[in-house]
Design a protein around this ligand. Structure first.
Ligand SMILES: [Fe+2]
Length: 383
């Protein structure tokens, strides 16, 4: 697909994700990690305006210069911004204003995309496309959180069907031989800077499950009082369980002696066959410990992944999110994209059912803090 068509369909898809929303759904921010949908719509647009149109298109007039303050996420280089916890306190710009902002930026973008581009500009546009794809997934997870924490449990879309993956019926462990393996991105296509610095890693022989832990299996952990036994948990995880009164994955509700969970279609009985989703790293670790097993490292995952189906849930790994050898930040604001987050987070590998099509790859490194579980996160065991 050429970059012009890719840009157009990207921008359309973002708006399609928001189509089932009521105006009020666009505005709220129930917790700090969840941004209002209208903020995602504005921020992804701001990215193209700030990094492509303003510096590279002569005479470009920003839609509204004050939007820089509202839609800058975390770029210190770009200046002051609304603090993250205040994103849901802004009734203006309105949703209509933001859709007009998108249109203004799209017109200017499509104009430059119709002519030959300098490689530097074209690389930035490709980064902007991948950035908006990341926010498409965040739109899904943030919308789910907003609706799933409303006492009425409104459906996002009663007909919603997740993309189906080739499922693995048998539960087997795949054995991978010890040896020296190469880790990191290689090739001509796009990757994020955190995947670069391809390097060798020595792995001991290990075994990894060919499928994710199911809801039925996770229920055994719950029914065995896994959430009440400190022995399975890290100290921090145990504090988290006790302070937050955690007794099940996010979105699970025990009603009339049965487990239900909130899905995009509303509240539904738990599907026992489906893989468990919306667990934190703490829970993934505790489950594995209870089983007498462990989580794979991100290197083991990357080496083994061609042998199993992935893409249903992001998979917690035992690896801290660290720079690869030789990691370099790009100069300027773009250098703030990944590098400054390489502390106190765990790597997740794979992709989820709501990851934008074609967005992820074998070397892709997602990352979140150990207590977070509003993303589509699951568990794969290793030994
Ligand atoms: Fe962003």
């Amino acid at each position: 697909m050429d970059i012009y068509t890719r840009y157009k369909s990207l921008r359309q898809r973002t708006e399609d994700i928001c189509r089932p929303l009521a105006i009020e759904d666009y505005v709220v921010q129930p917790i700090v990690d969840v941004s209002p949908p209208k903020w995602h719509l504005g921020h992804t647009t701001w990215f193209f305006e700030t990094f492509i149109l303003t510096p590279h298109v002569q005479g470009y007039q920003p839609f509204n210069p004050d939007y820089n303050y509202v839609f800058n996420s975390y770029y210190e280089t770009i200046g002051n911004r609304v603090i993250r916890t205040d994103r849901g306190n802004l009734s203006r710009p309105t949703v209509d204003d933001i859709y007009r902002y998108r249109q203004h930026v799209d017109e200017a973008m499509l104009k430059i995309l119709s002519a030959p581009l300098e490689p530097e500009v074209s690389d930035l546009i490709v980064l902007g496309i991948h950035h908006e794809e990341q926010h498409q997934e965040l739109l899904y997870t943030d919308i789910k959180y907003i609706l799933g924490h409303n006492p009425l449990f409104p459906a996002y879309d009663v007909t919603y069907q997740p993309p189906t993956l080739k499922s693995t019926s048998t539960n087997d462990f795949i054995r991978i031989k010890e040896g020296l393996y190469e880790i990191g991105f290689k090739g001509d296509g796009f990757c994020f800077d955190n995947e670069l610095g391809r390097h060798k890693v020595y792995l001991n022989e290990f075994e990894i499950s060919n499928r994710l832990v199911s809801n039925a299996e996770y229920l055994e952990f719950i029914n065995d009082d896994g959430y009440s036994d400190f022995r399975h948990w890290h100290a921090e995880g145990w504090d988290w369980v006790r302070n937050e009164k955690i007794t099940a994955p996010l979105y699970w509700h025990f009603i009339d002696n049965s487990w239900y969970h909130y899905t995009f279609r509303g509240l539904e009985p738990i599907d026992l066959e489906a893989s468990v989703r919306h667990v934190s790293y703490f829970e993934a670790y505790a489950y594995a410990a209870w089983k007498g097993l462990r989580l794979p490292t991100e290197f083991e995952w990357e080496v083994a992944a061609p042998n199993f189906t992935w893409g249903e849930n992001w998979e917690w790994t035992e690896s801290a999110y660290l720079p690869y050898p030789g990691f370099k930040k790009a100069p300027g604001a773009i250098g703030e994209y990944n590098g400054k987050f390489m502390v106190n987070q765990k790597v997740l590998r794979g992709a989820s059912a709501i990851t934008s099509p074609g967005h992820s790859r074998l070397t892709y490194r997602n990352f979140f803090q150990t207590n977070l579980r509003w993303q589509f996160t699951g568990i794969r065991l290793a030994k």
